[in-house]
Design a binder for this molecule. Structure first.
Ligand SMILES: Nc1ncnc2c1ncn2[C@@H]1O[C@H](COP(=O)(O)OP(=O)(O)OP(=O)(O)O)[C@@H](O)[C@H]1O
Length: 492
C-alpha cells in the first residue's frame, strides 16, 4: 500500500471519528438540556376554602402544579361541593349542629385529594353576611356556631388554618382579586375588571379608582401591590342588600299598614302565599317594627307589574343625602364607575334565568316587564325543575338587580354594556374564595418574578443550532489543516 493511500485512509478515519464524536457530543448536550429543563411529571398541591354564606355553604377545592407555588394564573378550582341545607347562621337554634352539616362535603374532599397531600393542604372557612347579621343579633350564638364548625374542621386530616367571619371589605376585595387573577389581568399588568357580587344577605362592588378614594372615604379604600403593580381599589359591601334581605326590606315596606293581604307588583299574577310577619320582621335588616296588629300572617298576592315593582324596590334605598362629593345610596361614597365589570353570584343566577345577560338596558326592562306580567301557573308549568322559591322570586330579583345597578350604583344605558354577567372564569367560580386563599398562602407575589429570557423550547433549539454551528466550524478547520499536513509528508 502506497504512502499516499495510507495518508488518505488515515484522513478518512479521522473525519469519521470526529463526525461520530461531534454528533454524539451534540446529542448528549441537547439531551442533557432537555432533561435538565423539562418539567418533571406534574405533581399538584391543593387548598380548600369553605364559603359559609347566608343561604348555603360551599366547599371549594383548588389545585396548582407543585413547582409553581409562587406563580399566578395556575391555581384552578377542581371541585366544589354544596353543603346540604341552609347556611351555618341558620343553626343559631342548635349551634352544635352547624359543624355536622359540613361532614359529607369534607369526606368528599378527603377522597378527592391524594392521601399524601392531606397534611399539607391548607383549609380555611370564611363566613359572610349571614354570620355578620347573627353576630349583630347575638354574638354568643355566632361564636357557638363558629366553634361547632371549627371542631369538625380541626378533626379533618387537612391543615386547618381557621374559621372566621370575613369583613364585607375583604369579601369585595378578594372577589375583585379572583376575577382579575382568573382572567390573567394581574400577571399582564393590563387594565382590570371591576367586581359586582350579589349574595343572599349582602352585595359588594369593587373597582380600581383614583388614589383620592382613601382621602374621601378611607373605609372604602384597599391597596394591593401584585406582580409589581399598585392597585387602588374602591370597595363597598352593603349588608342587608343581598337579594334575600332586599326582599324582606321590600316586603316590610309593603306590610306597614298591617293589612291581611298585600298586592305585590314584584310577584306574578295568580301568586298567593300566606307569610308570617315574623319571617319578614325578625331580620336585623328590617328596622321598622312589625305593624301593631293581632294577626300573625298576611297573604302575599302577586300583581305582576315590573314598572311598579321598580318603584317599590327604589324605596328600600336611601338617596336623601350625601356628605361626600358623590354617593351610591345610603350615604355611602362611590367614585365614578370605571369599567368593565364582571357581575357574579345572584347577579348571574337571576339574569341568566331571565335571559338578560346580553342586550341593552332598555331591552332588559322590556323583557322583564313581559316576564313579570305572566301568570304564575304558566311560569310553574314551564319550569317544573326550578326550585319554587327561586321561580317565585325571579321577577322581584330581576327588578331589584336593575334598580341596584342603575339607581344604586349609577350604571346608565351607555355603561350597561360594560357589565358582563359571569358564573365561572376558566372553570373556576367567580367569588371571594380563590382570592382569599391566594392572599393567605402568599401565592401572588408583590413583585413580578424573574422569568427566563427564552421559553424552554426556544432554549433547546438555540442550543442545538449553536452546537451544530460549532461542529461545522471545527470540521472546516480540520478539513483545511489536514490535507496541508499530508502534502508536506509526501514531499519528504
Ligand atoms: N339558581 C338560582 N337561581 C336563583 N337564585 C339562586 C340560585 N342559586 C342560588 N341562588 C340565590 O342567590 C343568592 C346568592 O347566592 P350565594 O350563594 O352567592 O349567596 P350567599 O353566599 O349565601 O350570601 P352572602 O354572600 O350574602 O352571605 C342566594 O339568595 C341564593 O339563595
Amino acid at each position: 500500500m502506497s504512502c499516499q493511500t495510507k495518508g488518505k485512509n488515515a484522513w478518512y478515519k479521522a473525519v469519521i471519528i470526529i463526525t461520530v464524536l461531534g454528533i454524539t457530543a451534540i446529542v448528549a448536550l441537547v439531551t442533557t438540556a432537555v432533561l435538565q429543563n423539562k418539567p418533571l411529571l406534574q405533581k399538584y398541591k391543593y387548598g380548600i376554602v369553605l364559603d359559609a354564606g347566608s343561604s348555603h355553604t360551599a366547599v371549594y377545592i383548588y389545585e396548582w402544579p407543585a413547582e409553581k407555588d409562587n406563580d399566578t394564573g395556575r391555581v384552578q378550582q377542581t371541585h366544589s361541593c354544596k353543603v346540604q341545607g341552609a347556611g351555618i347562621s341558620s343553626y343559631s337554634v342548635f349551634p352544635g349542629q352547624a359543624g355536622a352539616s359540613l361532614k359529607s362535603c369534607m369526606k368528599e374532599a378527603e377522597s378527592l385529594i391524594p392521601l399524601s397531600r392531606h397534611l399539607e393542604t391548607p383549609l380555611y372557612l370564611g363566613a359572610t353576611a349571614g354570620m355578620r347579621l347573627l353576630r349583630m343579633e347575638n354574638q354568643s350564638l355566632s361564636d357557638q356556631v363558629l366553634w361547632s364548625v371549627e371542631e369538625v374542621l380541626q378533626s379533618s386530616p387537612f391543615s386547618y388554618q381557621g374559621a372566621r367571619i370575613i369583613t364585607g371589605q375583604e369579601e369585595g376585595a378578594f372577589g375583585w382579586v379572583t376575577v382579575n387573577y382568573l382572567s390573567d389581568r394581574l400577571k399582564q399588568g393590563s387594565g382590570t375588571t371591576g367586581a359586582l357580587d350579589l349574595g343572599g344577605a349582602s352585595t359588594q362592588i369593587s373597582f380600581v379608582a383614583n388614589q383620592d378614594v382613601a382621602e374621601e372615604s378611607a373605609e372604602n379604600a384597599v391597596t394591593f401591590r401584585l406582580y409589581g403593580n399598585d392597585y387602588f381599589l374602591y370597595t363597598h359591601s352593603f349588608l342587608c342588600y343581598g337579594k334575600d334581605q332586599a326582599l324582606k326590606l321590600a316586603l316590610a315596606q309593603q306590610t306597614q299598614s298591617g293589612d291581611s293581604s298585600v298586592l305585590d307588583p314584584c310577584f306574578h299574577p295568580g301568586y298567593s302565599v300566606d307569610r308570617s310577619y315574623f319571617s319578614v320582621y325578625s331580620s336585623p335588616c328590617v328596622m321598622a317594627g312589625k305593624p301593631l296588629v293581632s294577626r300573625d300572617s298576611f297573604t302575599h298576592v302577586g300583581a305582576g307589574n315590573a314598572s311598579l315593582c321598580q318603584e317599590v324596590v327604589r324605596r328600600i334605598f336611601n338617596f336623601s343625602s350625601c356628605s361626600f362629593s358623590r354617593c351610591s345610596f345610603n350615604r355611602v361614597y362611590q367614585p365614578p364607575l370605571q369599567g368593565p365589570f364582571g357581575a357574579f353570584s345572584a347577579f348571574y343566577f337571576v339574569m341568566n334565568f331571565l335571559n338578560l345577560t346580553s342586550g341593552s338596558l332598555e331591552s332588559s326592562r322590556e323583557k322583564l316587564e313581559r316576564y313579570c306580567s305572566r301568570p304564575w301557573t304558566q311560569i310553574k308549568q314551564q319550569h317544573p325543575d326550578v326550585k319554587e322559591k327561586y321561580l317565585a322570586e325571579y321577577c322581584f330579583s330581576g327588578s331589584y338587580i336593575l334598580s341596584l345597578l342603575t339607581d344604586g350604583y349609577n350604571f346608565t344605558s351607555d355603561t350597561w354594556t360594560d357589565i358582563t354577567f359571569i358564573k365561572k372564569i376558566s372553570g373556576s367560580d367567580a367569588g371571594w374564595t380563590l382570592g382569599y386563599m391566594l392572599n393567605l398562602t402568599n401565592m401572588i407575589p408583590a413583585e413580578a418574578p424573574d422569568t427566563p429570557p427564552l421559553p424552554h423550547a426556544g432554549y433547546v433549539t438555540l442550543l442545538f443550532f449553536i452546537s451544530l454551528l460549532l461542529f461545522f466550524l471545527l470540521f472546516l478547520c480540520f478539513r483545511f489543516l489536514w490535507p496541508h499536513r499530508n502534502s508536506q509528508t509526501q514531499m519528504i
